[in-house]
Each structure stands twice: as C-alpha cells, then as structure tokens.
Design a protein around this ligand. Structure first.
Ligand code: GDP
Ligand code: MG
Length: 598
C-alpha cells in the first residue's frame, strides 16, 4: 500500500472511557475480525485482562479501511491501558504512531489520566483527534465536555465526533476523520532500515519476537539485522503483522507496524526502545528510544518451593521482554531463602506481574510487603539507597532518612473537596494549590509521601468520593522524614520479610494494627505463637495466636463426605502459598498485611 494511505494511531483515554470498546467497533466495521470470532474488548487478549476488565498490555493490529473517497487505507491501531501504573505502555505505543484518538466519556468529562495521556501524546508530537464517547447515556453532556476539552487541553473540538462505541453510532465518522486529520508516516523506504522496537515477547518455539514500527527502510525474510544498542546480529526468519491474528508477510515497509522473528534465543539481545537496522547497510544513528522508567515500588518475590529459584529467574527474564518496566536482582531473606528484589511501577503492576508469573510460568510465589526507595544518611557521612526495610542499617548508624514525595493532582467534584483534603492530611500530605476547573469540579494539588500513595490511597479516594475523583501523580523530590524500622517477631524470632519502615508518629498504631492483622491471618498451629512488633529491640505491641485445639475434620465426623473433601481442598488451596519460617507457617496474605491496615 502507498505510504500516504497509511495511518498509525493509538487510542488513548482515562480508564473505562471506552478505548477497548471503540477498538472493537473499528475491528468489526472494517471486517478485520469475523463476526463469529468477535467478543467484547477483543484486544484484551490476556486472561488476566478479561477477568479484571482492564487493559494491561498495549496491542497493535493492522486493518484495511475502505474510505468514502474510494481508496483503501492501511491502519495500524494500538489500544493502550489507562491505569497510571501502565503509563509506560502508553508512552511506548505513542512513539510507534503519528496520531492519537483521544476518547473522552461524555458523561464523566476530562479526568486525570485524560490529561496525563494527552501530555504524553503532545510530547511525541502526535496529532490528536478528540472523540466524545457514551453519548447514549442519559447523563451525557457532549457540549459541556467539549468546552472542557477546549479549556483544559486547548484542543479544538468544533468538529469532534460524538459517538457511542457501545452501539457503534457515528464510529464510521471516526474512521473518516482518522483518514482526513491524522498524518501518514513520514519515513523514507529507500533509506537504511530503522525499526523501533516498542514491545517484545518470548515464544518457546521461535525465540524472542520483536514488535516494531518501521520508521525508515524495509525488512524481509533472509535479511541480516543488527540491534543497534546491543550489537547483536541475526538473520530474519519471518516478518508479519497482527490482524489481531498473527499473519506472515513478504516484507515490512516504512510505516508498517508489525513483528520480526529471527530465532533469537538470547533474551538480553533484545531491548525495548532499541533500533533494528541492517547489518550490511546500517543506519548512521539509532532512533530516539524511550526514557527508562524508574520503578516506584520494590518487593521481594520468592518461590514457595526453594528448588524453583532458577525457574523464577528464567521466568522474570522472559517476562521482562514483554514488560520492559520490570526490574529485578537477586536477594536473600533469612525467612524466605533465595529470591529476587523486584521493582514495579505501582501496586497494580506488582499484582499483575506476580499473577502472570504464577499463571504463565506455573510458579508459586510469596511476595513481601512493598517498599519505596529511602535515602539513608549514615553518621559516617555516606548516603545509601534502601529499597528493603530489612536492609536498613542499625539506628545508631543513621543520621537521618529521606523518603520520596510525589506531586499528586486530584480532580474532584466540589462537594467532595473536604473529604479529599481530610484524606490527604491523614496521609501526611501537604497542601500546595487548588484550581477551579469548571462549575462543578476542582483540581487539588498536594505533595505527599509516595509510600502513603501506593498503598490504599486510590481505594480510599474512590470510596470517599463515590468514585468521582481521579488522580495522577509524579515524583517530585526526596524529603527528610522521621522514619523508623519496625520489626515483627513471631515466636520470639524476627521475620526479616515482615519488617516495614514507618513514620514515628504512626508507629504505635501501625504496630498494633499489624499484630492484630497477623493474628487473623496466620493459621493456628499446635502451639501458642506470640506476635510482637518492635522498634530497635523495644516491643511496642503484642498479641498471641492461640494453639490449635482440635482437628478441623472432627467437625464433619460421620457426616457429609463431600463437605469433608471441600474442606481438605480448601486447606490444600491455602497451603499453596504458605511458607514455613522456622516453626511457623506463614500465608502470603500476612506479608501483605501492611497494605490493609488503618
Ligand atoms: P477502556 O478502559 O477505556 O478500554 O474502556 P472499555 O472499552 O473497557 O469500556 C469500559 C466500560 O464502558 C465497559 O463496560 C463498556 O461496555 C462501557 N462502554 C464503552 N463505550 C460505551 C458507550 O458508548 N456507551 C455506554 N453506555 N457504555 C460504553
Ligand atoms: Mg481497555
């Protein structure tokens, strides 16, 4: 297809505004997916995405649109996630595109991630096409929301399309606008190959598959390619696109978004953000890659069965191909043995990685409580980054500690401003600013400790505003805080994986809450187990887990065999994620107790 008839675009929006549903309609209306294969949010192909109803991974598809001007156009559409933890997926998608379709829910208006994603698109010099969705809803106010987009974002909305992605109403106009308003790729197919690697995955049969956007040149089977950052060279075995089924093509040309397979067995050779060129006719320079993402949250991941340490290592390396923001390095814990300290972009990201490791690599894992990176100033004048509470130096060696703060922007209807201010105060937030957005909404700006944000801030914010608030945050600076390490002792023994770093003013409460929570979560055993919280060797809270009295099965004596079976199964299920530490069996939930306190 002629390059001027190619359109590469992402669909961006705040979570739940209808990106994936719009992608469904586009695939349907262009007959890309056959009717009998169609299902809702078809691009959310991971089980995990379907179960949770959210998009986690970017997903690129090629389709042909027969436009009203009689010509065929080749579209490469990238559906993106909306959650703040997956912004990295969005930024990578955008670098592979020339335009973006911005979807805004006409009932909800501009939300925090609407703005965040627009800024990303503008950073990438993309043309933005605003679309108002959900106009079928009685509460939709397309005109009000258009005004909001013009005021808050500065995009002209005079001919923004009003659609219902659900029913398909006016989606044909979106397709026409894409042709008219979004630019064709600018590259030159006669120049040396420059292909941007924006994603990758490990296939057990074919090795690493690189997903690429061809910015210049062409590539086909048999070509010898070079990864410019790593210098690795391979011979191409296959190239193709996704429709969303994988389709093999003769050749990928400038403007195409597709995949390259080259029997790549060495995972380290492929890096997201790298440029692929040809070995015998290399480009002078690589393309501008991506900013490395700095993880916000760190936690230990340990196999329940120590013998599977190597499997976990292998799985992490493979998963990193498909999730470039994941970071990991080996770590040992007295309580849990050998594992990895992993860096994540947020708690949802951590949760998703853990679940993907368990499902896709068949591992049983224990995750320790998440932590941010603290800067520890020692009395000897040195400074150290600490991402694991257990690794905090002894108190007498510490001069002071700094913790990361973020700038949080919260958009909220006026009547909930008080509730949000209360919440931010409780989370040690410092008020910075407040702006009036429109007749009904305000934007609140706070500086807050990252450690308070990553835990349950989001849930608390949603529940105290009936779901009407949205927020975005970014790192602002390190600030000195009065922090201490709190140890947890089970049966008199410090469990390093349960240590946390807390603000001194909250220590007593947290210690109490933590011991009570652990008492609930750790199953009774044959003997009584004291649970203690201590700071610098001084116990600040304590409780006991009573000894087990009778066999649980005794209750079902003589009776219902199926009930007995169920009980056994339930116990077995619970066992899967338990770790024997000394003489005490600790379930996974106990390590996460810190997340569900207060
Ligand atoms: P995403 O998070 O932006 O990908 O949003 P989804 O496409 O997953 O949609 C979120 C929810 O909004 C789903 O329950 C959709 O069925 C619903 N939805 C999407 N578009 C429309 C629409 O035009 N009208 C209505 N009423 N609901 C919609
Ligand atoms: Mg989605």
């Amino acid at each position: 297809m002629d390059q001027k008839n190619i359109r590469n675009f992402s669909i961006i929006a705040h979570i739940d505004h209808g990106k994936s549903t719009l992608a469904d309609r586009i695939l349907e209306m262009t007959d890309t997916v056959e009717k009998r294969e169609m299902k809702d949010q078809i691009l959310d192909s991971m089980d995990l995405e379907r179960e949770r109803g959210i998009t986690i991974k970017l997903n690129a598809v090629q389709l042909v649109y027969h436009a009203k001007d009689g010509q065929d156009y080749l579209f490469h559409l990238i559906d993106t996630p909306g959650h703040v933890d997956f912004t990295y997926e969005v930024s990578r998608s955008l670098a592979a595109c020339d335009g973006a379709v911005l979807v805004v829910d006409a009932a909800q208006g501009v939300q925090a991630q609407t703005l965040a994603n627009v800024y990303l698109a503008l950073d990438n010099d993309l043309e933005i096409l605003p679309v108002l969705n959900k106009i079928d809803l009685p509460s939709a106010q397309p005109d009000v929301v258009k005004q909001e987009i013009e005021d808050l974002i500065g995009l002209d909305c005079s001919d923004a399309v009003e659609i219902s992605a659900k029913s398909g109403l006016n989606v044909d106009q979106v397709l026409e606008e894409i042709v008219k308003r979004l630019p064709a790729p600018k590259g030159n197919r006669n120049k040396p190959l420059q292909a941007l690697v924006f994603d990758s995955l490990y296939d057990p049969y074919r090795g690493v598959i690189a997903f690429v956007s061809i910015k210049n040149g062409t590539v086909k089977k048999g070509d010898r390619i070079r990864f410019m950052a790593t210098g690795a060279e391979y011979e191409v075995t296959e190239v193709g696109v996704r429709t969303p089924k994988e389709v093999v093509e003769e050749q990928l040309n400038t403007g195409d978004v597709g995949w390259i397979s080259a029997a790549i067995k060495n995972i380290e050779d492929v890096r997201v953000g790298d440029t692929i060129t040809k070995a015998d006719e290399p480009a002078d320079q690589p393309l501008e890659g991506y900013k490395e993402m700095q993880p916000m949250v760190y936690a230990g991941l340990y196999p329940v069965d120590n013998a599977r340490y190597e499997d976990l290592k292998d799985a992490l390396a493979k998963l990193k191909l498909n999730d470039a923001s994941l970071q990991f390095e080996p770590e040992t814990s007295q309580a849990l043995g050998f594992g990895f300290r992993c860096g994540f972009l947020g708690l949802l990201h951590m949760d998703v990685i853990e679940e993907r490791l368990e499902r896709e690599y068949n591992l049983n894992l224990i995750a320790t409580s998440p932590s941010v990176i603290y800067k520890v100033y020692r009395t000897d004048g040195t400074v150290e980054d600490v991402d694991n509470p257990a690794a905090l130096p002894p108190a007498q060696n510490i001069d002071h500690i700094e913790e990361p703060y973020v700038r949080a922007e919260i958009m909220v209807p006026k009547e909930y401003v008080g509730a949000i201010m209360d919440l931010c105060q409780k989370k040690r937030g410092e008020y910075i600013d407040m702006q009036v957005l429109d007749d009904v909404r305000m934007n609140l700006v706070y500086e807050m400790p990252l450690s308070e944000i990553i835990f349950d801030f989001f849930d608390k914010m949603k529940s105290s505003t009936k779901g009407y608030a949205s927020f975005d945050y970014s790192f602002s600076r390190y600030k000195r805080s009065n922090l201490v390490k709190m140890d947890i002792l089970l049966n008199g023994q410090v469990i390093d994986a349960l240590s946390i770093i807390v603000h001194k003013d909250f220590a007593y409460n947290r210690g109490n809450a933590m011991t009570i929570k652990l008492k609930e979560l750790i199953p009774k055993q044959q003997f009584e187990i004291p649970v203690q919280a201590a700071i610098g060797g001084k116990v600040i809270a304590r409780t006991n887990i009573k000894a087990l009295r009778k066999n649980v099965l005794a209750k079902c004596y003589g009776g219902d065999i199926s009930r007995k079976k169920k009980l056994l199964e339930k116990q077995k299920e619970g066992k899967k994620r338990m770790k024997m530490v000394g003489s005490v069996e600790i379930p996974q939930e106990a390590f996460m107790a810190v997340l569900s306190m207060d």
